[in-house]
Design a protein around this ligand. Structure first.
Ligand code: A3P
Length: 313
């Protein structure tokens, strides 16, 4: 996929330039009550998305920002290459005539959907959107969705550093200020807890598989195997090892110049579990624990997060 990020790179570069001339208050805009970065998402694209036609064999990745979407995108694009009898990362997986579109379905301009109609199956689609804001056709066709979730304390920690590193998002003078916004629905793509509550309504569906960042970290080989089985992609032991190797934090970080350009330096930060312990105060721990208990502890997704293991000191 190395050469295929050109379009994404161009798009990001333009967005960075646009962001640099915007005031902090203009970096986000609200659509149907949820905030989005105004340099990469546009109301007209959201409108057009409503009539987007999904395919039954689209490979869809859904995840709240900072849950590890770029990591799982790497795994899924390699699995798609294997399903097409190509070697992941080889030149044969790259069509120079058709530079790859930015995979997040809600980012970019209208022309993107027209181009997506011409892409061969299976298409890879990523999204940070809540289910009620996704095109209805995704649920009508029963396309398979991999839902990626990560513990809220590490998500907040990662999001804080990302916001301060990426010009497209409002930056914060203090962690305290960020934490207040995170807990009061002021993040791009909305509130973490609402995101999980909404997706929890779909968690029992057969075409949805939920995976946690922490479990992929704990056992990448088993996770890749399970993901491949879910999407019906047979894998040899050798192919499995290749996908695991190429998606390790070290490999992705090392390769990030080619795959993500300057954005890579901001994105591939620590890639671990429990970095929240370096930021959260006792008071913030209590607030987060209470919010988790109130909103999602009792749900299927809440239980899957193993909050006590990953979020209690
Ligand atoms: P940290 O900021 O905690 O390091 P997203 O892709 O959804 O924006 O998520 C980014 C987070 O995923 C970052 O977390 C990043 O370091 C982590 N990440 C990216 N690639 C990874 C990999 N191969 N293995 C583990 N974590 C990874």
């Amino acid at each position: 996929m190395e050469k295929s990020m050109n379009t994404s790179d161009d798009f990001r570069d333009k967005a960075m330039i646009a962001a640099s001339s915007k005031h902090r208050d203009e970096l986000l805009f609200s659509y149907k009550g949820i905030l989005y970065p105004s340099t990469i998402c546009y109301p007209e694209t959201f409108k057009a998305l409503e009539s987007f036609e999904a395919r039954r064999d689209d490979v869809i990745l859904a995840g709240y920002p900072k849950s590890g979407s770029n990591w799982l995108s790497q795994i899924l694009t390699d699995l798609i290459a294997i399903s097409q009898k190509k070697t992941p990362g080889s030149e044969s997986t790259v069509n120079a005539e058709e530079p790859r579109l930015i995979p997040f379905i809600e980012m970019g301009n209208l022309e993107k959907y027209e181009r997506m109609t011409k892409l061969p199956s299976p298409r890879f689609i990523a999204t940070h959107l809540r289910p009620e804001n996704l095109p209805k056709s995704i649920f009508k066709t029963n396309a398979k969705i991999l839902l990626l979730i990560r513990n809220p304390k590490d998500v907040a920690t990662s999001y804080y550093h990302f916001s301060n590193g990426l010009p497209l998002l409002p930056s914060y003078e203090t962690w305290e200020d960020f934490f207040t916004d995170f807990m009061t629905k002021k993040m791009a793509w909305g509130c973490y807890f609402e995101y999980l509550s909404e997706w929890n309504k779909y968690a029992d569906k057969e075409n949805i598989m939920t995976i946690t960042y922490e479990e992929v970290k704990e056992n990448p080989a088993l996770s890749v195997k399970n993901i491949a089985t879910f999407f019906g992609i047979p894998l040899t032991e050798e192919q499995l090892q290749l996908v695991v190797e190429r998606s390790s934090f070290q490999s992705m970080k090392k390769n990030s110049d080619k795959t993500h350009g300057s954005f890579g330096n901001i994105l591939f930060r620590k890639g671990g579990v429990s970095d929240w312990k370096n930021l959260f105060t006792e008071d913030q721990n209590e607030k987060m624990d209470r919010a988790f208990e109130e909103h999602i502890a009792g749900t299927k997704l809440g239980k899957k997060l193993k909050y006590d293991l990953y979020c209690k000191a």
